[in-house]
Design a protein around this ligand. Sequence first.
Ligand code: SF4
Ligand code: SF4
Ligand code: SF4
Length: 263
Amino acid sequence: MEGKVRIGFYALTSCYGCQLQLAMMDELLQLLPHAEIVCWFMLERDSYEDEPVDIAFIEGSVSTEEEVELVKKIRENAKIVVAVGSCAIHGGVQSWEKDKSLEELWKTVYGDGKVKFEPKMAEPVENYIKVDYRIYGCPPEKKDFLYALGTFLVGSWPEDIDYPVCVECRLKGHPCVLIEKGEPCLGPITRAGCDARCPGFGVACIGCRGAIGYDVAWFDSLARTFKEKGISKEDILQRMKMFNAHNPKLEEMVEKIFQGVEE
Ligand code: SF4
Ligand code: SF4
Ligand code: SF4
């Protein structure tokens, strides 16, 4: 990229944890001689969302009709669109109960509360626009963000991580909470990159980085292991859907284990 790279950070519906993670990176100061930050409301309230940029980082899930229009506008204005965090990539935890109606979910959380905008079911950004790259996590690791940004700045393309949390967990030598404690760890189907943070504290992974890509996450095989440990189908589905609710094959994969169909 020649000249100063124009960068925008855009927020949809979220907890703002991803924004905070990015804002806390001192390394961003080193960027300033090389980049112009065109839009970032968390740091500059006079930001403009409707400006052309080289790289657009979008966090949060598409959860209002206004955000549908916003992501389309960002795509039109950007050369590279990066989805940042589980909300933007997978719809986030707020997609967990996506099979229930919006009215039911709204009532459970807000009662009769009203808002000025038009809410909708939470969805990943990719349901509306083409996404060029993803930075996984809830929130993402700083190193993943810096790696992606640095690679874009030298005009190249970052590699994706295509192996599960278990690989990092074994390399770290943590005791396996799935085998030793019988806890429903999602490490075998979850994209690595966090250095197996939760198993490192003896806590089962809840899959916050989303399923390993290229359609190779073996939800069915892991469901069989969970079933053998006495976990019910409902509990398995609930756990696997927390960060994978938009995976169209998940229920089918779990269902076949409980129907006794041979793979
Ligand atoms: S991905 Fe996680 S940290 Fe980032 S905005 Fe969503 S809930 Fe917050
Ligand atoms: S604790 Fe979880 S992530 Fe670690 S090896 Fe066992 S199943 Fe895999
Ligand atoms: S171990 Fe699992 S839940 Fe914990 S940070 Fe890593 S991917 Fe997320």
